[in-house]
Design a protein around this ligand. Sequence first.
Ligand SMILES: C[S@@+](CC[C@H](N)C(=O)[O-])C[C@H]1O[C@@H](n2cnc3c(N)ncnc32)[C@H](O)[C@@H]1O
Length: 378
Amino acid sequence: MILIFFLIYKKGNWDKSEGFDFINDFNRNWLTKVREKLKDKGTIWISGTYHNIFSIGQILQELDFKILNVITWEKNNPPPNFSCRFFTHSAELIIWARKKEKVPHYYNYELMKKLNGNKQMKDVWKLPAIAGWEKSCGKHPTQKPLAVLTRIILASTQPNAWILDPFAGSSTTGIAANLANRRYLGIDMETEFLEISKARKLEIENPEIAETYCKKINGFEDKKQFQTYLQVEPKPKEKVVLGYTRSKDLATLTKMNTFYFHSTDKQNNFLEFPYDLHNAKKLVIYSGGRTKAFYLTSFCGDIASIAHKHKSKIEGKENSKTDYYFEIKLKDNFKEESTINVKSNLKKWMKEYSEEYNLKSVDYLPVVTFLENIFLKE
Ligand SMILES: C[S@@+](CC[C@H](N)C(=O)[O-])C[C@H]1O[C@@H](n2cnc3c(N)ncnc32)[C@H](O)[C@@H]1O
């Protein structure tokens, strides 16, 4: 599942008001783009002030999203109103919507109920504003607290889910996502904020810091509850399938259970993982960054974990030109599964492949993809 998360506020230079038409056009434009990227069962969260949130609500409905909730985040500790001419601003609105009217979304009802003293979680969340320790890597003018993002992520995604925040800021979404074992892609137009994001990501690569932060995040019954929950959180059953590779490599690869895959191409563009099958024919998949097609084998493995790692943390890759890799760990080695309806005659495939692409010698590289994708394609 992909969850797209998004925030717009009014305090930074990036959000100078230019009239209703401008705001509506801007919102229609980005919402149309992210809708294309969102999986059919995915959901989107958008937070904003009254300057923008009503436009967002209107455009969401115009684009056929289905609004599920409008959350009111009530801050326990809002700053005072010095003018004393109207009420103290103490709340922010967050819209939660799904992509399709008829495709069900994921909601972790049981956990939300548990976090609310065993009563159904309401759409008013009382959580404190950002704490000082959350700004250890620099200041962003509208940085959100990890408590809000963590609740959003746990409520609406499963482990390993992809989460996109196209207005990332200091990447609070990403830090909450990674602490909760989800994957994250953030975009921002300000280099300064991307630098804070990077520093925050590097910071939580230290397991001790990650653990301390997990204990400090508000919204749980006690300091251990977040981590204890992560240990028992049910994971979607995911299998990977090994792709086209040289016969001699196949013997070695099927005995391994940890694999590394580039997460950026030579231009440093982030690659989607698993490699996209949308344009696939005959169960052919395209290896990231390369344009050549690869067939699949019938070797499958159950995924234990997927992590995003810096080269310095991977033995043997320290001097690589690529900075980041996906690390996939399988529960066991790859096993051949006769139920998988793909060709398994490697030699024949290679011959076909070489002929199809008019290649004399081909360097066959291992690729993996989620089994779910293959059957979706079929
Ligand atoms: C409200 S802030 C996000 C704060 C973030 N949630 C956090 O906790 O740090 C919105 C961000 O969107 C970025 N932004 C605004 N317009 C943008 C655009 N058109 N493209 C990319 N980023 C944009 C701003 O630079 C700003 O950092």
